[in-house]
Write a protein that binds this ligand. Structure first.
Ligand SMILES: CC(C)(COP(=O)(O)OP(=O)(O)OC[C@H]1O[C@@H](n2cnc3c(N)ncnc32)[C@H](O)[C@@H]1OP(=O)(O)O)[C@@H](O)C(=O)NCCC(=O)NCCS
Length: 209
């Protein structure tokens, strides 16, 4: 986070080929007509200096943590239900909770920003080789900061470590951001689904792990 309260993604340090000076490469996480990728001398990126009359770091690291759960605790249920009501259209609390009881190898990856739950990604096993990325959401106040992407990476890495070979997921037109994310993260569209029970046309995605 820049001292002017703008979010950036730190990418890494690169050495200038001629000057042999270290530069930080970082990505702007909000629309900026001047550009998305930026570089700044490493010393300057990490400096603590006088800004707006106060001594502070130019950039501060955002304190976050991703935790994996395989069962619902009362505190987790409360946090997830709050987030789901806030973010998901037609959210049904009963069927959400029932899924946790009925599905095999259920996991929830939770993203905490300053100890507050701001995003999650839940999934379960379809068979020994396939895992299903069932549901995910990010709080409206923490979008486009890479939260969903980070959760997806954690879920996929974990599923791979458990010897699942394929990740499946579904999405419909109401969740365009999720479809964008799926495509950008290497999922392929493999079909569509429409049932009497859920009449919205769903796009089926698969990704080899
Ligand atoms: C979909 C959702 C989880 C994305 O969360 P997020 O943390 O804002 O997503 P990220 O910041 O990790 O974005 C990752 C990528 O997804 C895509 N994406 C996310 N939001 C997007 C948007 N509004 N428009 C276009 N692409 C978008 C982009 O490719 C983005 O990468 P980029 O920022 O490098 O361009 C969030 O918008 C959400 O909770 N939506 C409501 C709930 C929902 O639709 N759930 C799906 C039902 S399972």
């Amino acid at each position: 986070m820049h001292y002017k309260n703008k979010p950036y993604r730190y990418i890494g340090v690169a050495k200038h080929s001629e000057e042999l000076i270290d530069y930080v490469i970082y990505e702007c996480l909000y629309p900026n007509d001047l550009g998305t990728l930026w570089i700044r001398p490493k010393d300057m990126f990490f400096e603590v200096a006088d800004f707006q009359g106060r001594t502070k770091p130019r950039f501060t690291q955002v304190p976050f943590e991703i935790k994996k759960f395989s069962a619902l605790t009362p505190e987790l249920s409360q946090g997830l239900l709050k987030l789901c009501h806030e973010t998901l259209i037609d959210f049904n609390e009963e069927s959400f909770l029932a899924k946790f009881k009925n599905q095999k190898n259920m996991t929830v990856f939770c993203f905490y920003y300053e100890q507050t739950l701001v995003g999650f990604k839940a999934g379960y096993e379809l068979d020994e080789t396939k895992y299903y990325s069932w549901l995910g959401a990010v709080s409206k106040t923490h979008r486009r900061l890479g939260v969903a992407k980070a959760l997806m990476h954690e879920q996929h890495a974990w599923a791979k470590s458990q010897n699942y070979m394929l990740m499946q997921t579904k999405s419909d037109n109401r969740h365009k951001e999720m479809m964008q994310l799926n495509l950008n993260e290497g999922f392929n569209i493999v079909g569509t689904e429409q049932t009497a029970l859920s009449p919205a046309l769903k796009i089926l995605f698969e990704k080899k792990l």
